[in-house]
Design a protein around this ligand. Structure first.
Ligand code: ANZ
Length: 804
């Protein structure tokens, strides 16, 4: 069987597209724009994964499809290139993370070219390019000037093994212990002075504006939960017999009459002040124990523990004295780090009260056993008696407000973004600290502050980054003669990825258009927001939340005028190994795109990955499936050996127009698997009639071109001798008048045996079909003298006559 020579063809067209800059975004303000973005890869040593190819093919299809529909498409690619693995590699090998990274980038780029992706390479950059991170540093300055970046002593997640602080989303829990996601090194809490970005100031907007975007609902929900807004009240309690007061945050101010004790987090600043002499040593011991536990342990622990402080609080309404305890189930950085405990209506308080014999007062009827947390009518509740929860909450809040001892309050789970990393391979902070502790930001014309070359990038062991060894770089004399020192920390990997979609718009052959220029504003207005963003779910709360945060800051600075960066977002499903397990080196079930480029070709790989199933679904690899896709392309290629007529082939008209319609609609929905299935049906029909019309041939090439760009262009130019490249051609249209097949061939059976075939108008009323069937001469012959028991009609297909 003839096969097309994909190795030669694919190389040929890839070279051509690169040389002609075929996918360069035009400077066109008149066509509608379409910005289709991939989550850019981290250029690891391993090279591209078939999972990358999945998303990158999907976006390439849309990019090519939109182009053929007259859009001015922006489809860029770049590299998320600062980060831990390169530094770890450098540490292990003594090599330089920079050359290692750029070497990996070269390989990634080669692979992306070899998969046939149509990228505007003039916009390529890596986050570790100095002319890119110059602007990351500039953005940091803006954040600082807006009061959104500040230095703070924070309890950080310190990872000794990696020698750095990690963000919450870089940590996982294994056997109840916090460990780093990369390398599984232990992580402990430790106070350190860090740059912190106040993402919490944007919590409400980050929450509300989720309504504006077309994202998967589960992803939105993950962001909502991560932000974790709780509404309730802040209430002040006085410590009996002292001047001390503390505030509690509660979502259930309506249950206040049921508050029988209070609990402070062991870290609460008041604890040592109010602990009585008798209890002090217990209290101190408990505080020490708490330090060993992660927040996650504390939340998930089944049995609650705590100790009495020896002090009492005055109940703000009843004035009764209630004991103050400390317990690790109350977290220091949530709400106020103190709670009023209502054991009758809160599970944790209930369990705690039972264990330590504390009073339980029911104020809402409903439950019989345990804590009743539902809605119901209040009793034993003074002014709230007879009210349901929501009304009671409102009434209590206004009552507390009138007494000046409480007010409405909202709390968030979202924490400010710890923005310092004790690492070498990242963006240096554009700041200087003078001898008196003053902070000086570098001037714009002093940017970029380049990362010094460093042979020795071992962590210092003191928690400082390897940059402490770059003494020449570190020590600076200010114009006033004073000595100053740079920050030895660098920014996290997620800094560079928080604005790269803007970087692509601003990147030109001459460098980046300055973010603060009028020109930048114009092009950003032209191309933002991103119309389609495709990537994996692993970025649901990290990257996707930080990028939204920065975008909102840019919005406030007047740099962008869209509220959200990514209008539509699609999560591609994971591609599993042939054994239905996650692909991993250790399982030996990985598939290398490079091998497949050689064995089956890029087009076959693209068709296969799009044909595996719906884009969003998880799907296992199948070598047989890949072979099948390759066979389809061979068959497709041979289809052009049939006679090609000048005029349309009439017998193909219906299937042709149906195919144009279905493929177009499916591309719009990113339903590539069903689009391919439809094209397979079309090819089968052509094989039946063994001929095809010129226009039909060219249009089917156009339909398949976004998925299999090499083979289609080759046929277009060689067999059809068309000089207009498919990528510059116009998307085919269908004529609705051909969509309905007007006639159907119907098989007529008598007692299950075929006795006649009749071609009649489609969708005739059933009675008419029955009559026509009974009039067929051969049918009449076979039913003569018999009794018709019943007639079964399968619309447009079969009539079965049962006789006896
Ligand atoms: C009294 C009460 C009565 C509560 C009741 C609940 C039910 P979410 O929804 O997660 O925001 N709380 C407040 N600060 C806390 C902290 N730092 N550590 C642990 N728990 C804390 O939960 C808010 C509720 O969790 C608050 O409302 C408080 O308990 C507790 F029938 O106050 B509640």
């Amino acid at each position: 069987m003839a096969q097309y020579d994909f190795r030669t063809i694919e190389k040929k067209w890839q070279k051509h597209w690169l040389e002609t800059k075929a996918f360069k975004t035009k400077n066109d303000r008149f066509s509608p724009k379409y910005y289709v973005l991939d989550m850019f890869p981290y250029p690891s040593a391993a090279g591209l994964h078939v999972g990358h190819i999945e998303g990158y093919t999907a976006t390439d299809i849309i990019s090519r499809y939109k182009r053929m529909n007259g859009y001015n498409v922006l489809h860029p690619m770049g590299w998320d290139a600062f980060g831990l693995p390169a530094e770890q590699y450098a540490l292990q090998t003594g090599k330089d993370p920079k050359s290692f990274t750029y070497q990996n980038i070269k390989n990634f780029k080669r692979q992306i070219i070899e998969m046939g992706k149509g990228v505007d390479w003039d916009r390529e950059f890596a986050t570790c390019d100095t002319d890119y991170y110059r602007w990351t540093q500039w953005i940091f300055k803006k954040l600082y000037e807006k009061g959104l970046a500040h230095l703070k002593e924070v309890e950080v997640n310190w990872c000794e093994g990696l020698g750095t602080v990690l963000a919450n989303d870089e940590i996982i829990v294994v056997d109840g212990k916090m460990v780093s996601e990369r390398g599984h090194y232990p992580v402990v809490k430790k106070p350190m002075r860090q740059w912190v970005l106040k993402i919490t100031e944007y919590a409400d907007r980050l929450l509300e504006d989720l309504e504006l975007v077309d994202w998967p609902e589960n992803l939105k929900e993950m962001q909502r939960n991560w932000i974790g807004k709780s509404s309730g009240a802040m209430i002040t309690f006085e410590v009996a017999g002292s001047e001390h007061k503390f505030k509690v945050f509660t979502t259930r101010p309506d249950t206040i009459y049921g508050a029988t004790y209070c609990v402070l987090a062991p870290e609460h600043p008041l604890v040592l002040e109010i602990a009585s002499e008798d209890e002090l040593s217990n209290v101190k011991k408990y505080i020490e124990q708490t330090k060993q536990k992660s927040e996650l342990d504390r939340i998930s622990e089944k049995t609650k523990t705590g100790v009495f402080t020896g002090s009492y609080a005055k109940h703000p309404i009843t004035q009764q004295l209630i004991p103050i305890w400390i317990a690790d189930y109350v977290l220091p950085h949530y709400g106020t780090g103190a709670v009023m405990a209502v054991p009758a209506h809160d599970e944790r308080d209930y369990e705690f009260a039972l264990k330590y014999g504390l009073e339980i007062i029911e104020v809402i009827s409903g439950g019989t056993q345990g804590a009743f947390t539902g809605d119901g009518i209040h009793h034993h509740s003074g002014i709230l008696d007879g009210l349901y929860n929501e009304e009671a909450k409102r009434k209590m809040v206004s009552y507390l407000e009138s007494l000046n001892i409480g007010h409405e309050h909202h709390t968030y789970k979202l924490r400010d973004w710890v923005f310092s990393r004790q690492r070498y391979w990242g963006e240096p902070f554009p700041v200087l600290y003078d001898e008196d502790g003053g902070i000086h930001l570098l001037e714009d014309d002093e940017l970029p502050l380049t990362l010094p070359e460093l042979n020795y990038i071992k962590p210092s062991g003191t928690g400082e980054s390897p940059l402490v060894h770059a003494t020449d770089w570190l020590e600076v004399t200010l114009p006033n003669g004073k000595k100053a020192r740079r920050d030895t920390n660098t920014m996290p990997q997620l800094a560079g990825s928080s604005w790269y979609y803007i970087g692509y718009i601003l990147k030109t052959n001459l460098g980046f258009i300055p973010l603060d220029s009028e020109e930048a504003k114009q092009v950003l207005d032209q191309f933002l927001p991103v119309d389609l963003y495709v990537g994996g779910t692993e970025h649901a709360v990290g990257h996707l939340l930080y990028a939204r945060f920065w975008h909102k800051v840019f919005y406030d600075l007047g740099i962008v005028s869209s509220k959200e960066p990514f209008q539509k977002l699609v999560n591609q499903g994971m591609i599993l190994g042939e054994d239905h397990q996650k692909m991993s080196k250790s399982r030996g079930n990985t598939v290398s795109p490079d091998d497949i480029f050689q064995s089956h070709g890029a087009d076959a790989l693209r068709v296969y990955e799009m044909f595996m199933g719906p884009l969003e679904q998880e799907k296992p690899w199948s070598t047989e499936g890949l072979d099948g896709s390759k066979r389809f392309l061979d068959r497709f290629f041979r289809m052009f050996e049939f006679e090609i007529l000048d005029e349309d082939v009439k017998e193909l008209q219906t299937i042709f127009h149906q195919t144009v319609k279905k493929v177009t609609e499916d591309y719009e929905k990113l339903a590539f698997n069903t689009a391919i299935a439809q094209m397979m049906i079309f090819v089968n029909e052509v094989y039946k009639v063994q001929k095809i019309g010129k226009k039909q041939a060219r249009d089917i090439l156009k339909l398949l071109n976004p998925i299999a760009p090499h083979i289609t262009e080759e046929i277009n130019q060689t067999i059809l001798s068309h000089h207009e490249e498919l990528i510059y051609s116009t998307w085919p249209t269908y004529d609705p008048k051909y969509l309905i097949e007007d006639e159907a061939e119907i098989v007529v059976q008598v007692n299950g045996k075929v006795r006649a075939k009749m071609t009649i108008s489609r969708n005739l009323p059933e009675e008419e079909v029955k009559n026509l069937a009974l009039q067929q001469p051969n049918v009449m012959k076979h039913i003569e003298g018999m009794e018709i028991v019943k007639m079964i009609v399968v619309a447009n297909k079969i009539v079965n006559i049962v006789v006896k």
